[in-house]
Design a protein around this ligand. Structure first.
Ligand SMILES: [Zn+2]
Length: 206
């Protein structure tokens, strides 16, 4: 199966994709992860996109498309997470023959609560959440003891901006796949376990 997961930042699509990968051996391809990797490696693309990502903006269609297309080459089973998020991108991947498109629907207030509480250790390796996944010692990484920080794009103002931009850019993508009869919508407001259960049912996976 070639699956696209759509949903605003904080809809939990990364978590859903990871679980589907583990349980059903679909390769999880996260556009955001691919881009952050470019920044970490300080590649030419990475240098271009770093300031955009820090401001909570979106990286250009061309750059994201190029990075993702390289990654999916020759793969038959995967989940695309965070891509396509603009109509232009969706139209540009017709040759991939996507089977299903899952849309995780969630309101802005839920998203802000989820994302503003996220922390990452100074080494950038370990993730926490002040409510859902707190460290054993407040403000310190369980693994390496480095201080926990909030990523710049998880500040509430940046979250609201990302959500607004996402809705604006992705609504046409959702309509595009709805018309093609590929769109499946799941309410992503409940806890992760409930959402995952509904996703499996919706995708007819067992
Ligand atoms: Zn750590």
């Amino acid at each position: 199966m070639k699956l696209i997961i759509l949903g605003p930042p904080g809809s939990g699509k990364g978590t859903v994709a990871e679980r589907l990968e583990k349980e059903f051996h679909l390769k999880h391809i996260s556009a955001g992860e691919l881009l952050r990797e470019e920044v970490r490696k300080d590649t030419l693309i990475g240098r271009d996109i770093k300031p955009v990502m820090e401001k909570g903006g979106l990286v250009s269609n061309q750059l994201v498309s190029a990075v993702v297309k390289l990654e999916v080459q020759n793969k038959k089973q995967y989940i695309l997470d965070g891509f396509p998020r603009a109509l232009e991108q969706a139209k540009g991947i017709g040759e991939l023959k996507i089977n299903k498109v899952l849309y995780l629907d969630v309101p802005l207030n839920v998203v802000v609560e989820r994302l503003a509480g996220r922390r990452v250790c100074k080494k950038g390796l370990h993730n926490y959440h002040i409510n859902y996944l707190p460290p054993k010692k407040a403000g310190k990484c369980d693994w390496d003891g480095t201080p926990l920080l909030r990523r710049k794009d998880d500040a509430p103002a940046a979250i609201r901006e990302r959500f607004r931009v996402y809705q604006h850019e992705t609504r046409p993508v959702i309509e595009y796949y709805r018309k093609k009869g590929l769109l499946l919508t799941v309410d992503a407001t409940p806890d992760p376990e409930t959402v995952y259960g509904k996703v499996k049912k919706t995708l007819r996976l067992k």
